[in-house]
Ligand binder design. Structure first.
Ligand code: GLN
Length: 304
């Protein structure tokens, strides 16, 4: 396996030059575009890592997956999906138009920023407490108490978040947010700034692959939670590239603009990838390619 991962990293290295690191959050522009890491964990607990797999990076939009879990635990499915839809979108992740999705009166899905803000609004607690509860959930899932916020990234995003502020204030104006706008935004920036590495991400993937079961976590409706989250990741996790990604890769995945990809192959693998050079959709350009090749090599496509 290590040999295969090394080969995939080597073969996709040139692609990094065809993308760009995110710079609309200034600190993300400091990432090295040539860093590539991958970690894959199987259901028996075997771990395979290659490249910069222990390099820390911020979750950004990947946090939307765990935030959705927590909102579902706090509120139940019915309430959550009365406030945010389950529709894929053709809008980019930071679309203002998506605040109120076409003929629906709510954001299209929880993986686009507008929908994610509604999800954060639904998480129990006020302001920082929401993000702290999410951080604790992530620490539990990964059994890694050292995972924390990257304060610099949090401040960098908070200081330059005009578009996200516009989305949040629009949501409030449309009566789609209950809480205080700045509190919701603050919790959202904090959740995006949680720092992890590929191994931590692979653990989250494995938790999902394992139907939301872990030795230290027992949820009554773990099975249902897993199938719901995996379905949303599959249809919406790679933004407006999700359809093509499903055809090419066929593995429920979620990306973030820091360059991470979280992927879960039901009953088989959890995968974490890092490659900060992004494509036009804001997905890791190298990460998508590695997932495509890995899917072929290990027969991961869930639709096959
Ligand atoms: N923090 C980022 C934002 O809201 C997350 C977006 C992303 O990873 N696509 O703009």
């Amino acid at each position: 396996m290590e040999k295969l991962l090394g080969k995939l990293i080597q073969e996709s290295r040139d692609l990094a030059g065809h993308g760009r690191v995110a710079d609309y959050i200034p600190i993300l522009a400091e990432a090295c575009p040539n860093d590539i890491g991958i970690c894959i964990m199987d259901i028996d607990g075997n771990i395979h890592g290659k490249g910069s797999y222990d390099h820390g990076f911020t979750l950004q939009s990947i946090s939307k997956v765990m935030a959705l879990m927590l909102a579902l635990l706090d509120n139940g499915k019915q309430k959550v999906f009365s406030r945010v839809g389950m529709k894929p979108t053709i809008e980019p992740f930071n679309s203002l138009h998506d605040a109120r999705h076409y003929n629906q009166r709510i954001p299209s899905n929880p993986m686009i920023n507008a929908g994610a803000m509604v999800v954060t609004d639904l998480i129990g607690g006020r302001g920082r407490e929401k993000a702290d509860r999410l951080l604790n959930l992530i620490r539990d899932i990964t059994s890694n108490p050292n995972i924390d916020y990257d304060e610099e990234t949090y401040l960098s995003e908070k200081g330059t978040a005009e578009r996200n502020r516009a989305i949040a204030y629009l949501l409030k104006d449309l009566r789609l947010l209950d809480g205080d706008v700045e509190e919701v935004l603050d919790a959202y920036f904090r959740q995006c700034s949680i720092q992890m590495d590929c191994m931590d991400l692979a653990k989250v993937g494995l938790f999902l692959a394992n139907r939301c079961k872990a030795p230290n976590i027992i949820w009554d409706d773990g099975e249902e939670m897993a199938s719901l989250i995996l379905a949303i990741m599959n249809t919406c996790g790679m933004y407006d590239f999700s359809g093509e990604y499903a055809v090419k890769v066929g593995v429920p995945s979620k990306s973030g603009v820091a360059g991470g990809i979280l992927a879960a192959v039901p009953n088989r693998f959890g995968i974490g990838i890092y490659g900060p050079s992004l494509d036009q959709y804001g997905n890791s350009i190298v990460g998508c390619k590695i997932m495509e090749e890995l899917s072929k090599e290990l027969d991961l496509n869930i639709f096959r």
